[in-house]
Design a protein around this ligand. Sequence first.
Ligand SMILES: Cc1ncc(COP(=O)(O)O)c(C=O)c1O
Length: 400
Amino acid sequence: MSTFSLKMDIANNHHFTGQQSPLFSVEEAQKAHAFHAKIAGYQATPLQSLDHLAAHFGISKILVKDESYRFDLNAFKMLGGAYAVARLLCEEYQLDINEFNFETLKKDIKQPMTFATATDGNHGRGIAWAANQLGQHAVVYMPKGAAAERVENIRALGAECIVTDLNYDDAVRLAIKTAAENGWKVVQDTAWEDYEQIPTWIMQGYTTLGVEAVEQMQAMNVKPTHLFLQAGVGAMAGGVLGYFTNVYGANNLHSAILEPELADCIYRSGISADGHMVNVDGDMATIMVGLACGEPNPLGWPVLRDCATQFISCQDSVAALGMRVLANPLKNDPKVISGESGAVGVGLLAAIYHHPQRAELMAKLGLNKDSVVLVINTEGDTDPVHYQEVLWEGKHPTTA
Ligand SMILES: Cc1ncc(COP(=O)(O)O)c(C=O)c1O
């Protein structure tokens, strides 16, 4: 076995209070889950247990919630977009979300609607999917350099997809401006002044994956000791951690928020003296494209600030290592196809295992033979060309 030191900056959260958020209560999460469960083709995504890998790394369990199986969308993101669109329509047509069903509503929509959003890929695909289900229109803005496959997947759902020459955060501003000029509804996964309801629904929609994972762990008779959540703006991490702390209590869970070092706005907010949100600017040219967001979601940040145990900023090779490890299972462990933004959690465990200071890093993360680590594979191979370059051609290697 070789040792190598990949860059992982680990900061303890000095702002931790353990304060639970009512926005992500068990009741709210169950409402979102009940909505998703009514969509045709719904199935809980698998919770894979990588027992041989866990034994290899010296821990008890590695559980991977595999969102590459989420409908046929290869990522978790539709959970948020579809739920927000549904809640929006319920408000518009005075319907009860508990009664709501895409099929029946489709017939009731009197005025054609256009939903607008900006995306690194997965969120836009979710919005395009929801609009398509409802026979409505979506306009999706993407940052510069968007992968052809991601653009095609959005267009295949009938949406207009515009690749800009902007970074993610500026593409969001363009979506807002154009929507205002055209009377479109913005369905964005981050919040700003006077725009909080839709992103709250989006975050609540993400809790469905948490509800499923908790049920699946109960069926396996295990409780997580660790939860690793990757963050772009931190909406998914905020929603899922918010729900988990309502279920288990923040003090009973070692949670780590993982980001690429080129877009580590949550990490930087975490190490700020007073816990204020810190933005990262520029191109944010990371392979973890779904995490290439420089401005924290103001609704997600308070949950992460109050309840996360640690913030971790990682170099790209950590994610690439995770992609390779998940694609090459030990013995009869299941194979997991994990894209760049999905693989960073397992990548972190593997990078610690190979690190010359393995024992110190394990101790820092509170990892030992009893640890049950839950990670979320938030996407499959959403950029198959790059996926193959990493796996076959060794792009983003572990050694210089
Ligand atoms: C695959 C994937 N994982 C994680 C995230 C992070 O989600 P958030 O921006 O809510 O932090 C995204 C965001 O687009 C994503 O596409």
